[in-house]
Design a protein around this ligand. Structure first.
Ligand SMILES: Cc1cc2nc3c(=O)[nH]c(=O)nc-3n(C[C@H](O)[C@H](O)[C@H](O)COP(=O)(O)O)c2cc1C
Ligand SMILES: O=C(O)C(=O)c1ccccc1
Length: 345
């Protein structure tokens, strides 16, 4: 099976509830679809007669050189996709030089994920729960597991309106690391753990308490990007949460240019949502992103072939990205700029 077949195969392998939860989005899923289409609408504009015999896919993010711009997005409940779960995706990331982001809603103890990932780059995604004890425990685990940064997700005061989950009645079929009670809960019940009173005033405190750089995930506009700089974030992820929160919001691809302008190089900018091909990542970098997060494709690889499947998805993205640099006539990823893309009219 090719990585291109994983999405369809995962739909056959997974139960309807888990599949709907992973694949689905908010409302009519217009943003879910637009995330993918927005990258497709941007045209690449190649240059010719450039020596592309050697290419450099590396980028610098949070002050560290990384072999390529692909970061595995934080995704909840990976044990529902495959028994390899987060250990499997962390190993796949480590094997491909991808930075791995562990979800707060991990199925696996963060310390075990850290042990499996060894010296590879990993960040901890943080949800701020009403029960701050649970949040503090994750911060502590991040420190013990040598996680390099805290990715605080800021677009999730509570869960979006998700028809697929309401219809399926899906309940999480394993005990996640952060437990609420002994009873299995629906995603909506677990989404209600989040603290909806969280504001900008709280952010710097997490940096101080953890000693780790803070990345704010879920920023879509230039004013919020400016505030992220002001509160001392080291980076932001331009994201609409994979179309899972508020339907009809703009795509990461559409939001990116104005955010990049506002940030003006002061902090790192990542983008996610609908990155499916190596050339999508090239477009993101051309529009000023420093790196991209990839979500569902990694999950489909995990569901089909466990850790090996997730690794194959990441390998293919890196190979496609490398080939894009060559055929675009821009052999160094860090030289990508707006001259290599034509935005839709
Ligand atoms: C099944 C699933 C679970 C997710 N869980 C989390 C999470 O726990 N924390 C978080 O910040 N984002 C979460 N996200 C959002 C992803 O990190 C990411 O923003 C999004 O999936 C990127 O879009 P893509 O799937 O189109 O690549 C989740 C996404 C999916 C599909
Ligand atoms: O479903 C999600 O998108 C998500 O981020 C989440 C949030 C809380 C619990 C589980 C998943």
């Amino acid at each position: 099976m090719e990585p291109a077949d994983f999405e369809a195969r995962a739909a056959e392998l997974l139960g309807a509830g888990a599949h709907g939860y992973f694949a689905g989005g908010a409302g009519d899923e217009l943003t879910l679809r637009d995330n993918v289409e927005a990258w497709r609408r941007i045209a690449l504009a190649p240059r010719v007669l450039v020596d592309v015999s050697e290419r450099d896919t590396s980028v610098t993010v949070l002050g560290r050189r990384r072999p390529h711009p692909f970061v595995v997005a934080p995704m909840a409940y990976q044990r529902s996709a495959h028994e390899d779960a987060e250990i499997g995706t962390a190993r796949a990331a480590a094997a491909t030089g991808s930075t791995f982001v562990l979800s707060s809603q991990t199925s696996t103890d963060p310390r075990a994920v850290a042990a499996a990932g060894g010296a590879a780059d990993r960040w901890m995604q943080l949800y701020v729960f009403r029960d701050r004890g649970l949040t503090d425990d994750l911060v502590q685990a991040a420190r013990e597991g040598s996680f390099e940064a805290l990715v605080i997700t800021v677009d999730f005061p509570f869960g979006g309106w998700r028809d697929r989950d309401r219809r399926s009645g899906y309940v999480v079929d394993h005990a996640p690391y952060v437990q609420l009670s002994g009873t299995p809960l629906t995603p909506a019940e677990r989404h209600a753990m989040h603290d909806p009173t969280l504001t900008w005033d709280d952010i710097a405190g997490f940096g101080e308490a953890s000693g780790l750089p803070i990345v704010l995930k879920g920023v879509l506009g230039p004013a919020d990007a400016e505030r992220a700089v002001q509160v001392g974030a080291a980076g932001i992820v331009v994201s609409n949460h994979g179309g899972r929160q508020l339907d009809t919001v703009l795509s990461g691809a559409a939001a990116l240019p104005a955010v990049v302008d506002a940030v003006a190089g002061r902090i790192d900018v990542l983008v996610d949502g609908g990155v499916r091909r190596g050339w999508d990542a090239a477009k993101a970098l051309a529009l000023g992103a420093d790196a991209v997060m990839v979500g569902r494709p990694v999950l489909w690889g995990l569901a089909c072939e466990g850790s090996d499947g997730a690794r194959r998805v990441l390998e293919q993205l890196v190979t496609e990205f490398d080939s894009t640099l060559g055929l675009l006539g821009c052999p160094r990823a860090e030289d990508l700029d707006a001259s290599y893309v034509v935005a839709p009219a």
